[in-house]
Design a protein around this ligand. Structure first.
Ligand code: MN
Length: 296
């Protein structure tokens, strides 16, 4: 058997550390991310104007970290709306986020970019779907010029009505028709919506579109303390030779961001100690990738 050496960049979502992004927040979050052994931090861009790209880039360089970026649209910036004014606001927000992502040196912008990150009470409409595709096609073209990959994160039915599964994500990607748009697979969401996590990994891979992975537990707390079937999931990532980022995502009411708490229903305190949580997740991921923590 050939020796396989995986080189997935490992990351952690900034909301493990902080719900805001002042220079002091950025410095402490990046220092803690590096100290926990990660290669990158995922910086949320729900409001791109709140993220100072030059400051962030400086902090990243000082801590030796890479970065990725993510966001979810809001109802007032929902590009899957039928209202042209709402779609236009969403398009402007996405382009502003792309600007910040490129400005901090991130090669990735993903998340719920295709609709609002919110509970819907109706099916998407054909016109809304077409609006979403058109805006993302434009965004992907601009992103390509800036060397940024766009990721469509499949989220559970309570957080969007448009892309809930890898199948949905691939369908939207096909409609967009751009090379630099990938499936962003999140175990927390897939555990709700997919019948089989390993099959979901293979489906995205076989389509040539598996580009980004969030690992989150079924309750979004400590990895290994919920009901996610981790072994088959990591086996599948290994089998398909996935070498892209693996980013730990966890939310607790201990770290507050009003926007996230409301959209993601973060009502419970699942942990208090960010450093312990992040170190635990890093060890958990490395163990499951059969990789030793080289800095230890
Ligand atoms: Mn996620």
């Amino acid at each position: 058997m050939p020796e396989t050496r995986r080189a997935n960049p490992l990351g952690v979502h900034a909301l493990v550390w902080t719900g805001s992004w002042t220079a002091a927040d950025a410095r402490s979050a990046c220092a803690a991310t590096a100290a926990a052994g990660y290669d990158l931090i995922e910086v949320p861009l729900l409001d791109p104007a709140e993220v100072d790209a030059a400051m962030t880039r400086e902090v990243l360089e000082a801590t030796g970290l890479g970065a990725t970026c993510s966001l979810g649209l809001a109802p007032e910036t929902d590009i899957s709306s039928e209202d042209p004014a709402v779609v236009e606001r969403g398009a402007r927000l996405l382009h502003a986020a792309l600007e910040v992502a490129a400005g901090i040196g991130s090669g990735y912008l993903g998340g719920v970019l295709y609709s609002a990150m919110a509970k819907y009470t109706e099916q998407p409409t054909a016109r809304g779907r077409a609006n979403s595709v058109a805006v993302l096609r434009d965004l992907a073209r601009e992103a390509r010029a800036r060397g940024v990959v766009i990721g469509l994160e499949a989220v559970n039915r309570y957080e969007s009505n448009l892309v809930n599964t890898v199948h949905d994500s691939l369908g939207h990607i096909d409609a967009i028709g751009a090379e630099n748009v990938v499936v962003h697979l999140d175990t927390y969401h897939a555990n709700i919506e997919e019948g089989d996590l390993a099959a979901a990994v293979r489906q995205a891979h076989d389509a040539g579109r598996l580009g980004y992975v969030h690992v989150g537990e079924s309750h979004r707390g400590h990895l290994g303390t919920g009901s996610i079937a981790w072994d088959p999931f990591f086996d599948a990532l290994t089998e398909v030779g996935y070498a892209g980022p693996i980013v730990f995502e966890s939310f607790s009411s201990a770290v507050v961001s009003a926007r996230f708490a409301g959209a993601l229903a973060i009502w419970r305190n699942l942990w208090d100690d960010s450093a312990e949580l992040a170190a635990h997740a890093h060890a958990f991921i490395c163990d499951h990738l059969s990789r030793r923590h080289e800095e230890a």
